[in-house]
Design a protein around this ligand. Structure first.
Ligand code: PAF
Length: 287
């Protein structure tokens, strides 16, 4: 695996694949890799000639009071596991490499950025869209792989790709979960042991909402109540939001249609976890 720390090194590493017309799969990450990230790498390897990952904790997507400093950084291990997973090239830029002095561009995606995490984390999705667009320009991937734990992020990037006619195919990948249901996240390692024991209640609540939806329930309040109810027994949980939104617009709805997203953000101490479930009528479901 080739480790590129500069834009120049990345371009040099990708030049042979580009001139040979090879397909490039891209897995953007902020490091602290877990099996969810590796599932993206596996999907990319199965569908492309060359797989590129990036490891970059993007300061522009963290608010001034958020956990940028506490975000786990495990570069040596990340490089080892990417190599083991068969990644061909990893891009590990510094902030100065991506945002040199004078950098003045911000990409704002309206619409799907406005609610859920967008409302609770002002500027977050502009930071995400800016870095993802820059990474797309640098890597020029044929396909890019995103985990659906960050479903709103996926729909924001999808909007950007459509609006700007970016020549990349986005591939949404299923959330990977621990045995007790907790969605894998780089932030899970920052939970205290007690909070780690409580956190799977999020997934249990989402699952019971999914079952209620399958049984015909469409009232957003009731579906939300399945999640808040599951969290009621968790003294450490502080609900940031639980909401049903339309897909792909990410607009809050009072009644879930045949396809909606039930998404939540829950704080356990200083750790904010997000998770979601797609609510789809059987016939409306895609693979
Ligand atoms: O999902 C993430 O890890 C990040 O938001 C991303 C897409 C790598 C952009 O920094």
């Amino acid at each position: 695996m080739f480790v590129a720390r500069t834009i120049g090194a990345l371009q040099a590493a990708l030049a042979p694949a580009r001139s040979a017309g090879r397909t490039v799969g891209f897995c953007p990450t902020m490091g602290a890799l877990h099996d969810g990230h590796l599932s993206l790498v596996r999907r990319s390897r199965a569908g492309n000639d060359v797989t590129v990952a990036s490891v970059f904790v993007n300061p522009r997507q963290f608010g001034p009071t958020e956990d940028l400093d506490r975000y786990p950084r495990t570069e040596a291990r990340d490089l080892e596991v990417l190599d083991g997973a068969g990644c061909d090239v990893v891009f590990v830029p510094t902030a100065a490499e991506l945002y040199p002095d004078g950098f003045a561009t911000t990409v704002t995606v309206e619409g799907p950025s406005e609610h859920l995490c967008g409302a609770r984390r002002p500027g977050h999705f502009a930071g995400v869209a800016t870095v993802v667009l820059k990474l797309f320009v640098l890597v020029r991937p044929t396909r890019a792989y995103f985990g659906m734990k960050d479903a709103q992020q996926y729909f924001v990037i999808d909007r950007m790709v459509r609006d700007l006619c970016l020549p990349v195919e986005l591939v949404p990948c299923q959330t990977v979960r621990e045995a007790d249901g907790l969605a894998m996240s780089s932030r899970n390692g920052n939970l205290t042991a007690d909070h780690r024991r409580q956190a799977p209640a999020i997934a249990r609540g989402l699952q019971s909402a999914r079952e209620a939806f399958a049984a015909g329930e469409r009232a957003a309040d009731t579906l939300v109540g399945a999640v808040t109810g599951a969290l009621a027994d968790c003294p450490g949980a502080e609900v940031d939001y639980v909401q049903v939104v339309s897909v792909p617009a990410m607009r809050p709805v009072a009644v879930a249609g045949d396809r909606a997203l039930l998404a939540c953000a829950v704080r356990f101490g200083a750790v904010r976890l997000i998770d979601n479930v797609m609510l789809e009528r059987e016939e409306a479901a895609c693979s």
